[in-house]
Design a protein around this ligand. Structure first.
Ligand code: ADP
Ligand code: MG
Length: 321
């Protein structure tokens, strides 16, 4: 696992439903190197959040991890007891979610919540916790940090709330930060500022970042590598640059076409994501694919390896690359 902050292998997450097991994550392999920013993209419902929550065993019931392994900074997360998991959640990885109002508790001050993150075991002296909290708020670019400690989440703007979340996430200096749609609730200028902050932290602290987003502009600009998910499967991976300039999978091509560019109409991918229950007997993208052939319906395509770490789960392989 040398040089790797996160190594997910064969991850499966299932949710029992009346219609059978909904397989939300179907054998995902995902790696994040030290200091690397990796993006995970794909339409809503493809399994991104459950993949992220699995890393810290935070998958909400009734969903359940049913297979695979997760190593975080060399530690086998699946083998930890509750104490070990508790430590991993602070020191192993910090998490930042979409809407900080739901992850920051509205009834506690910023200072109180930051203190929990800075001093989870309650062993540090009060003055030390305060000093460290102020230092963290300053590091994430919050003006007048001493004053902000007494503020309640609703008294801050969305952008500042998100900065507080980021301060909490990095409080224990974890090697990995997992950010799930961290800027979706923010407007464009604030989004850019928050992304610049992530990029800054990644560089200065050598933090690895797993960035879940549906904003391909953000991926293109900030990610080193990208994984594209569809129906619980990774369908394409590679350096952000190569995937963006030469997408191999028809789904990735469709996603890139759906980015609105100035003066161009948006081209949505036709059709919708198929239901996730039971085993797949064909390529899940086949019903929406412009290149569909008989082979696509004969089984789930393998994730084929191309050049320079590129992978693509399509029977056409890298035909157009
Ligand atoms: N707690 C849950 N109960 C039932 N279904 C869930 C639950 N969490 C997620 N799902 C389903 O699992 C699939 C993947 O969800 P999720 O990982 O949240 O997708 P994404 O983050 O890519 O939008 C979706 O079909 C979603 O409806
Ligand atoms: Mg999600």
């Amino acid at each position: 696992m040398d040089g790797e902050t996160l190594a997910i292998s064969g991850l499966e997450v299932a949710i029992p439903t009346r219609g059978g097991f909904l397989k939300a994550v179907r054998g995902v392999d995902l790696r994040v190197g030290k200091g690397e920013t990796v993006a995970l993209v794909g339409e809503s419902g493809c399994g991104k959040t459950l993949t992220a929550l699995s890393i810290l065993s935070l998958v909400p019931k009734p969903a359940k991890i049913t297979g695979g392994s997760i190593f975080l900074d060399g530690v086998d997360a699946g083998a930890l007891d509750n104490n070990g998991l508790g430590a991993l959640r602070g020191r192993g990885a910090g998490m930042v979610f979409q809407e900080p109002m739901t992850s920051l508790n509205p009834v506690f001050t910023v200072g109180f919540q930051l203190a929990e993150a800075v001093n989870p075991l309650g062993k540090m002296a009060k003055g030390e916790v305060r000093a460290r909290s102020v230092e963290l708020l300053r590091e994430v670019g919050i003006p007048e940090p001493e004053k902000r400690l007494a503020a309640y989440p609703h008294e801050l703007s969305g952008g500042l709330r998100q900065r507080v979340m980021i301060a909490c996430a990095i409080a224990q200096n974890p090697p990995l930060v997992i950010a799930d749609e961290p800027t979706t609730a923010l407007d464009v200028t604030v989004e850019a500022q928050v992304m610049e902050l992530f990029a800054d932290l990644a560089q200065k602290r050598r933090i690895s970042l797993l960035l879940i987003t549906h904003d391909l502009g953000v991926v293109e600009r900030y990610a080193d590598r990208v994984y594209v998910m569809y129906s619980g499967l990774v369908v394409e991976e590679g350096s952000a640059e190569s995937v963006f300039t030469k997408p191999a999978h028809p789904y990735t091509k469709g996603l890139l076409r759906s980015i609105p560019r100035r003066g161009e109409p948006l081209t949505p991918i036709r059709g919708t994501v198929p239901p996730l229950c039971g085993e797949l007997s064909a390529c899940p993208f086949a019903p929406r694919c412009d290149f569909v052939s008989k082979t696509c319906l004969e089984g789930v395509p393998q994730l084929l390896e191309g050049e320079n770490g590129r992978k693509c789960r399509c029977v056409r392989g890298f035909a157009d690359v």
